[in-house]
Design a protein around this ligand. Structure first.
Ligand code: SF4
Length: 172
């Protein structure tokens, strides 16, 4: 079932974001992910096209622990379109705190063969980390999560037009 804004346990996310052991574990997880991906084929041209979900035609999905880690660095922004509010001038402005999907996804065809299997593997690890830390797991659309934590509205029509291509991913 697709998570809606009301389904996102916002208070639990902020609680998790206040736990140093949780934040350190996600930071270490991302470090490993980045190291692993650095050796794989695929180029990101840093255009940020894939951060504009409405235009690009796919979605970014995130887990609860990723959102907790993101909340440590959150900077309020408004949602005026079906696009990530942290993409400006072809760059990610929350790069160190971007979700797993942003790290794994490349639009470069050279990356296609490894993205799916690696994503499955990493999501399984993330899921296990939720259990280890006692944080309620979800896997929800990034734009829905941003709305839930107070980013305002995204045009419903933009949202409906999308094809579900999970996961979105690495960039920028
Ligand atoms: S890389 Fe991810 S977090 Fe950064 S701007 Fe793009 S969609 Fe947003």
């Amino acid at each position: 079932m697709t998570a809606r804004v009301a389904d996102i346990p916002v208070a639990g996310l902020f609680d998790a974001a206040r736990r140093p052991e949780v934040i350190e574990a996600i930071r270490a997880f991302y470090r490993q992910v980045d190291r692993r991906i650095a050796g794989l084929p695929g180029t990101c041209w840093n255009r940020g096209d894939c951060c504009r979900f409405g235009r690009f035609g796919h979605r970014l999905y995130v887990t609860a622990l990723e959102v907790a880690y993101y909340l440590v660095a959150i900077q309020p922004a408004s949602l005026t379109d079906d696009a990530c509010p942290h993409a400006h001038d072809g760059r990610c402005h929350v790069r160190d705190h971007r979700p797993l999907g942003c790290r794994v996804f490349y639009c470069d065809p050279a990356a296609r063969h490894w993205q799916g299997p690696l994503t499955e593997q990493l999501l399984a690890r993330l899921r296990a980390m939720h259990e280890e830390f006692g944080v309620a797991y979800f896997y929800a659309d990034w734009m829905v999560v941003l709305q839930a934590i107070g980013y305002g509205h995204v045009a419903a029509s933009d949202h409906r037009r999308q094809t579900d291509h999970r996961p979105q991913g690495r960039s920028r």
